[in-house]
Write a protein that binds this ligand. Structure first.
Ligand code: PLP
Length: 407
């Protein structure tokens, strides 16, 4: 008899996106003439930067000739990409990260989900609420989250992100071994400043804990005082692993390329307190279970760091941020408080009522789809996430309709 991993039965089924789809479909059937605008999505809408596209095409052509053909590449990524990342994303910001500390992968979803394999099952977890659901679910699958009591797992320390604390996770009074931080945050768009991040790094150093820092939306940071990488904080390279992605930065959600930084100075401990290199463990895992990102995709990602690529991704993210600023200003004009949207593509709106009721209101009165906040954690109740990933015309039209319906 084949037995299953019963931890999977502990997962809370997320009805969020299927419920949204059902409600939208029902509305469309009743009002076929109404054009719906989707501001619920967390997927980009604009095409790939030309620099990436050209590099992609050229690399595909190289594979068609025996002399330039490439088969399996290094599992950790080609040197050309790891070097470009180390120089542009870290060394240029004063963060001492070397190419061999970078592991190129096909997505930050996989990496943030897989990283927990390195840690023991009695690891004490601290996870913000609301946040990207992958962190909780992958620990549930591994049996590390405990039993589900109500809508919470009893072995996770949830870090509430509420209006009172500016939607930013606060350091817990209990000790945690593994801390997930997402900044700029999905779904709230709130971003940790240097002081807050320094406090987290100090906490981790004091407690010999590890921070998993998800910076998938780093490219949207515009405030010059905000850190882009946790390694801008002194001492963080001993206590933090960072995740980055080309998905939102350069429109790679369908192309698939991301990377994880595991500094060589990062250690975990055995039961008897011996230090073990996390870089060595992740390298072992990565080379055992992953066979590398395709060569043309890595060339396309490398092109992000060319002068043309840099100016194109800036224009791309500026465009989404312009949408975000517009959404934010209309939301505030009609009298709702919100965060995010200034250094992030998401706007988190305090609706002051049940989020599903507000979702229905926006759909029925304005024909606009958003995402109810409860899908990202209990503290998301009463909130909705509005995404800036759409064309400027659609965003302007959507906000006109919302202002008319609710203003
Ligand atoms: N991390 C966060 C916080 C995200 O919101 C997302 C995607 O929405 C990801 C990671 C996944 O990124 P990728 O497309 O690289 O898998």
């Amino acid at each position: 008899m084949i037995k299953i991993n019963e931890n999977y039965l502990q997962l809370q089924t997320s009805y969020l996106f299927s419920t949204i789809a059902k409600r939208v479909q029902a509305f469309q059937q009743l009002h076929p003439e109404k054009e719906i605008i989707r501001l619920g999505i967390g997927d980009v809408t604009q095409p790939l930067p030309t620099a990436c596209l050209n590099a992609f095409h050229q690399a595909v052509d190289e594979l068609g000739t025996a002399s330039s053909f490439r088969g399996y590449g290094p599992e950790q990524g080609y040197g050309f990409l790891r070097e470009a990342i180390a120089i542009h994303d870290f060394q240029a910001r004063g963060a001492d990260i070397s190419p061999d500390e970078i592991f190129v992968s096909d997505g930050a979803k996989c990496d943030t989900g897989n990283i927990q394999e390195l840690f023991s099952n009695d690891t004490r977890l601290a996870i913000p609420d609301p946040v990207y659901p992958v962190y909780v679910d992958t620990n549930v699958m591994a049996g590390r989250a405990g039993a589900l009591k109500g809508d919470r797992y009893d072995r996770i320390t949830y870090l509430p992100c509420t209006i009172e604390n500016g939607y930013l996770p606060e350091i817990p009074t209990t000790s945690a071994d593994l801390i997930y931080l997402c900044s700029p945050n999905n779904p709230t768009g709130a971003t940790l400043n240097r002081e807050q991040l320094t406090a987290w790094v100090e906490y981790a150093r004091k407690n010999r804990s590890l921070i998993l820092f998800d910076a998938a939306y780093e490219a949207f940071i515009r405030d010059p005082d905000l850190p882009h990488s946790i390694y801008e904080i002194p001492g963080a390279n001993e206590v933090a692993i960072e995740f980055r992605s080309f998905s939102k930065t350069a429109g790679f959600t369908g192309v698939r390329c991301a990377y994880t930084v595991v500094p060589k100075a990062c250690f975990g401990y055995t039961e008897t307190g011996e230090k073990v290199s996390l870089h060595a463990l992740w390298n072992r895992r990565h080379t055992t279970k992953f066979n590398g990102v395709s060569y043309p995709v890595q060339r396309a990602a490398e092109a992000v760091f060319s002068p043309q690529g840099q100016s194109e991704i800036r224009a791309l993210t500026d465009g989404y941020l312009e949408n975000a600023a517009h959404i934010r200003s209309v939301i505030q004009q009609i009298g709702f408080s919100c965060v995010g949207g200034d250094n992030s593509p998401y706007i988190w709106v305090n609706t002051g009522r049940d989020a599903w009721d507000f979702f229905d209101l926006l759909l029925e009165r304005a024909g606009v789809v958003c995402t109810p906040g409860a899908g990202f954690g209990s503290c998301g109740q009463g909130h909705i996430r509005i995404s800036a990933f759409n064309s400027h015309e659609n965003v302007v039209l959507a906000m006109q309709r919302i202002a008319k319906a609710l203003g």
